[in-house]
Design a protein around this ligand. Structure first.
Ligand SMILES: *[C@@H]1O[C@H](CO)[C@@H](O)[C@H](O)[C@H]1NC(C)=O
Ligand SMILES: *[C@@H]1O[C@H](CO)[C@@H](O)[C@H](O)[C@H]1NC(C)=O
Ligand SMILES: *[C@@H]1O[C@H](CO)[C@@H](O)[C@H](O)[C@H]1NC(C)=O
Ligand SMILES: *[C@@H]1O[C@H](CO)[C@@H](O)[C@H](O)[C@H]1NC(C)=O
Length: 214
């Protein structure tokens, strides 16, 4: 108090209460900002964000089973480049091994790919290249799936879903959190005559457990 009064006297005709008010408002605003920043850095955790940056479909052929579509087979070659970002400014994330599954029209046709367990540093983006390859692998299609394949096969553009499942743990927390990443990919079959095929970068959906600590 004394400081401001002295300062005002030395500065002649200033409006003391107005200046004090402004100074205190500024101090409170700065402190509030710092506290909010600390809460975000240390108390609140954010799940990772995932994006399919690139994907190449070299082959996708389904042989519908007859009489039952559940006895169909699939031959395919798919490569996906996926990036996973840890948006937390302070907290690292430990991931258990990640299981990767590909499905067409809700029917899984590949579960062979995995990503090994890893530690994800805060603010970092990890990139993975996943390739799955199959020849005559059994796939349980529905009648609707066979129809969907015929329709999409006519255009060469296929809707394929990539799903990743794992558990993760934020550094400094005890809870193991189930996590699923779902990427709906629109893949144009690569025509060897036309080398470049544009892939639209796709944001993936993150499903996380509604559990305290997650
Ligand atoms: C069709 O699938 C069923 C099980 O889903 C199996 O028992 C049967 O042997 C299969 N038939 C053929 C011809 O593959
Ligand atoms: C699948 O694609 C990869 C490149 O992405 C290639 O190395 C591999 O030989 C292909 N496999 C088949 C069976 O076409
Ligand atoms: C599968 O394809 C059928 C026929 O196009 C469609 O009606 C159905 O919604 C599709 N199901 C899924 C899970 O995509
Ligand atoms: C899918 O399309 C290719 C090329 O257009 C064709 O050769 C193939 O017979 C089609 N497959 C089915 C199951 O319709």
């Amino acid at each position: 108090m004394a400081f401001y009064e002295d300062w005002c006297k030395n500065n002649g005709d200033c409006d003391c209460s107005w200046k004090k008010c402004l100074i205190w408002t500024t101090i409170i605003a700065v402190l509030t900002g710092v506290i909010i920043l600390l809460i975000f850095a240390f108390a609140v955790v954010f799940p990772p964000k995932a994006t399919a940056n690139d994907a190449v479909l070299l082959r996708l052929a389904l042989s519908p089973g007859s009489p039952s579509p559940a006895n169909s087979t699939a031959s395919y070659n798919i490569t996906v480049t996926l990036s996973l970002r840890n948006p937390n400014i302070y907290r690292g994330i430990n991931y258990d091994p990640i299981a990767v599954a590909f499905s067409f029209n809700g029917s899984r046709f590949d579960e062979s790919a995995t990503v090994p367990a890893f530690y994800h540093k805060p603010r970092k983006t990890a990139t993975f290249h996943l390739t799955v390859n199959g020849d005559g692998k059994p796939v349980k299609l529905t009648a609707g799936g066979v129809a969907a394949f015929r329709a999409e096969n006519a255009t060469g553009k296929f809707g394929i879903e990539m799903r990743m499942d794992t558990t993760m743990q934020y550094k400094g927390r005890k809870t193991k959190c189930p996590l699923a990443v779902i990427c709906p990919l629109e893949l144009q079959l690569v025509d060897p005559e036309v080398a470049a095929t544009a892939f639209q970068r796709t944001k993936c959906t993150i499903l996380r457990a509604k559990k305290s600590g997650c």
